[in-house]
Design a binder for this molecule. Structure first.
Ligand code: GLV
Ligand code: GLV
Length: 355
C-alpha cells in the first residue's frame, strides 16, 4: 500500500478495511489491550509516516495529535462517531488535517435506544427484573411496579436534529404522544409528520396528536412528561440540565440522555433523584464516562447503560465504513465527499449549514 492508515481500535465488519486496501492503503489497527488510548499511545501509533487516522470518541484529538499527524505527512482524520466534542477542529485545520464524522448511519439505532430507555423508565423494567431475579415475586398485586402510561402524554425533545427527530417520530407514532420540541432550527419534516399523523388519527375517530415548537428550552422541561436530550455538546450546552432546571420539571417526569454526559450536571441529578423518587432517568452517557457520580448507581429510579446508543451491528459497521471513506476521500482527493475541511461532509441533509 502506498498510504498508511491507522485505526486506533479494531472496528466491526470487514468492509471498511477492504475499501482502504482496495485503494492502495496499508491498514494498521492498534492491538493494545487498554480500552482508552492516551495521547502518547496515539503519537507512537502515528509514527513517522501516517496519511490518515480513524480515531474514537474516547480520545483527545487536540493540538498535540494533529501536530504529530501533520509531521507524519497525514492529512485526514475521522472520528468513528457522529459527535466530535473530543476533536479540536480548529487545531486540525491549523495543521491541514481534514476531519470527518459518521452521521446518518446511527440515527435510527440511537433513537431506538433513547426510546428503549424511555419505555424502560416508564414501566420500571430494570427494577422489576431485579425484583424477579432476587426471588421477591410472590404473586400478582394491583400495585406492583405501577409505572406511567405514555399514550396521551407529552414527549419533549431538546435538540431536534437527525436523532432527536427520529426519536420524536418513534414516540409520537408508536405511543401516540404529543410533541413539544426545542431547537434553534425548525424541524419542518418532523412537524409535517406529526401533523399528518394527527390527521390520520382524527380521521379514525381517535384523539389526534399535537406538536409545538417551544420558544425556550424551559417550556419543554416544564410541560413534557418524557424528555430526551439530543443537543451537541459545546460550551452552550454544558450543564444545560442543572439543579435549577431539574426543579422546574414535573415530579414524575422521565429524563433520557443519549447525547453527551456533560449536558447534565450529574451531581445535581443524583440529588434530584434522591429527593424525587417518582422522577426517573435513563442514561447512556456520563459526565466522566467511566465513573458514575457518587450515589447514582444506588438509585432505583435511574437506568444506566454504558454508552451503547449506536451499538447495533448494522450501525457500527456503517460507522466504520464511513470513517474509512472519510479518510480515503481526503487522501485520494475524491470530490464526492465535499469540502474535507468541514465536519459532516456528507449525509447531512438535515443539518444546518456550518457557521
Ligand atoms: C456516539 O456517541 C457518537 O457520537 O457517535
Ligand atoms: C393482569 O394481568 C390482568 O389480567 O389484568
Amino acid at each position: 500500500g502506498k498510504y498508511r492508515v491507522v485505526s486506533t481500535k479494531p472496528m466491526p465488519g470487514t468492509r471498511w478495511i477492504n475499501l482502504l486496501i482496495e485503494q492502495d492503503c496499508r491498514v494498521e489497527i492498534c492491538t493494545q489491550k487498554k480500552t482508552i488510548l492516551s495521547v502518547e499511545d496515539i503519537i507512537a501509533l502515528i509514527g513517522d509516516k501516517c496519511d490518515g487516522v480513524i480515531g474514537q470518541l474516547t480520545e483527545d484529538w487536540g493540538e498535540t495529535l494533529f501536530a504529530a499527524l501533520s509531521r507524519a505527512g497525514g492529512t485526514a482524520f475521522s472520528n468513528m462517531a457522529v459527535g466530535y466534542n473530543n476533536v479540536d477542529v480548529n487545531a486540525a485545520n491549523k495543521y491541514g488535517v481534514a476531519v470527518g464524522n459518521t452521521p446518518g448511519v446511527l440515527t435510527e439505532t440511537t433513537a431506538e435506544l433513547a426510546a428503549s430507555l424511555s419505555l424502560a423508565a416508564a414501566r420500571r423494567i430494570v427494577e422489576a427484573d431485579e425484583f424477579m431475579r432476587a426471588g421477591l415475586y410472590d404473586g400478582w398485586l394491583p400495585h406492583l411496579f405501577v409505572g406511567n402510561l405514555l399514550k396521551g402524554q407529552t414527549v419533549g425533545v431538546i435538540g431536534a436534529g437527525r436523532i432527536g427527530s427520529a426519536y420524536a417520530r418513534m414516540m409520537v407514532e408508536g405511543f401516540k404522544m404529543n410533541l413539544i420540541y426545542y431547537d434553534l432550527y425548525q424541524a419542518t419534516r418532523l412537524e409535517k409528520f406529526v401533523t399528518g399523523y394527527g390527521q390520520f388519527l382524527k380521521a379514525n375517530g381517535e384523539q389526534p396528536v399535537t406538536w409545538r415548537r417551544a420558544a425556550t428550552m424551559d417550556e419543554v422541561l416544564q410541560e413534557a412528561d418524557v424528555i430526551s436530550l439530543h443537543p451537541v455538546l459545546d460550551k452552550t450546552t454544558y450543564h444545560l440540565i442543572n439543579k435549577e432546571r431539574l426543579a422546574t420539571m414535573k415530579k414524575e417526569a422521565i429524563l433520557v440522555n443519549c447525547s453527551r454526559g456533560p449536558v447534565i450536571d450529574e451531581v445535581a441529578l443524583v440529588e434530584h433523584l434522591k429527593q424525587n423518587p417518582m422522577f426517573r432517568v435513563g442514561l447512556d452517557v456520563f459526565e466522566d464516562e467511566r465513573y458514575m457520580k457518587p450515589g447514582l448507581a444506588d438509585m432505583k429510579n435511574a437506568i444506566v447503560v454504558p454508552h451503547i446508543a449506536s451499538a447495533s451491528k448494522w450501525t457500527r459497521e456503517g460507522m466504520a465504513t464511513l470513517a474509512a471513506l472519510n479518510v480515503l476521500g481526503k487522501i485520494k482527493g475524491y470530490p464526492v465527499w465535499g469540502d474535507p475541511n468541514r465536519v459532516e461532509p456528507f449525509l447531512n441533509e438535515n443539518a444546518p449549514p456550518p457557521a
